[in-house]
Design a protein around this ligand. Sequence first.
Ligand code: EPZ
Length: 453
Amino acid sequence: MTLVGNAQSTTPAVSGDVLEIRGGRPLTGQVDVKGAKNLATKAMVASLLGETPSTLRDVPEIRDVEVVRSLLEVHGVAVSEGEEPGSLILDPAGAKSAGFEEIDAHAGSSRIPILFCGPLLHLLGQAFIPDLGGCRIGDRPIDFHLEALRKFGAIVDKQPNGIRLSAPEGLHGANIELPYPSVGATEQVLLTAVRAKGVTELRNAAIEPEIMDLIGVLQKMGAIISYEPNRVIFIEGVDELHGYDHRSLFDRNEAASWACAALATDGEIFVKGARQYEMLTFLNVFRKVGGSFDITDDGIYFRRAATPLKPVTVETDVHPGFMTDWQQPLIVALTQAEGTSVVHETVYENRLGFTHALNQMGADIVVHPEGLEGEYRRVPRRELEQAAVITGPTPLTGAEIVVPDLRGGYAYVIAALAAEGTSRVSNVGIIRRGYEKFFDKLEALGADFDVVG
Ligand code: EPZ
């Protein structure tokens, strides 16, 4: 058992789970980024709300989509491949209750099952949600979700192995103010309010592009949703919704990850499908660090323009701030910047643990568990914040690494690609949960690696 990073790998290795990477070569070429993991999975759940089949396009071939597909199938939804490559047809006509064992067997490590609550309560008057998985980047509580469901009139019964919900009188509109602009809790409210009786007012909502795309999906189904300034969303419940035909917006987290790979390995990567608008904040930071980018109608070219890279101070935040999902790949590039950078993580309490393994590769990163004083804040400061102080440039050398979580794992692969010498990266299956055709893309970019386990 290898103790590296903040992970202690007890997960049994599966095939395609261990990479041997020979670093020191720039990544150059093109990657095609498909639909966003954090939209496509939610849009699939939304299909449960329609009276007719839905078509979702540009669905990424990733484990998280497979988990949601099998959860929908155990609930009687027929899921099939559409004519267009990468599209799914979801037909809820046969929707039915599912047994705890079936749900638990399919929930996997995903957090998406919690979003089945609203649609199943509307459809069947009851729902059972197993305890959730997801990346170990913090406690990942669901108190905002359960509080919102109670306000809609659901009876929430926490049990040893999950949560049983019922709504004998149906669900009604509610006035909900989130304590924090939670993406998942906002999605929970949207997926429940669209079919509730009456109007729902949601305050302090998340407004990420994936949320706005989900609102687009629901509006196509017949929902009435208006987005007001200052994170207020109104939803007028309707009696019936029909299926949608929707092309998911692109995965800006994957696009940002490949951009950081170009920075860290001094390569040039064309990310086909990436769009400027949803990546504005990332592009500003990318330029400040010493990257340059060219925006085209089909995607964005990312490359390093300055050597060494320049240090920056970044604070992760809710949209339109710098996404928490972007910070881990960025930190690897910052190990090559000349001077001291600071990354202040304000969303999750344990998303900097992955830096331990980077230090074993030669990086100089100090994590301050209490965070640092921020300047302008979109949301009140929370005690869980922490900050990484990165001093560079530091040459990286290959090491034995165990992937701890999705974005941290991707960051390790970039570090191994940027390092001199050979690294052995295990538990890579986690990365393939969220990055489509990960090995094919690495190969297309000229990475020198073998799958050894
Ligand atoms: C979504 O997670 C994404 N996952 C995350 O991406 C992303 O980092 C996050 O939003 C923030 O943008 C999916 O969409 C599947 P939150 P989610 O609810 O919805 C606290 C990736 O790498 N909170 O906005 O779980 C929570 O602990 C993943 O693709 C509560 O306290 O995020 C956290 O501190 C990682 N109680 C903060 O809010 C609740 O009931 C933000 O969480 C819910 C959340």
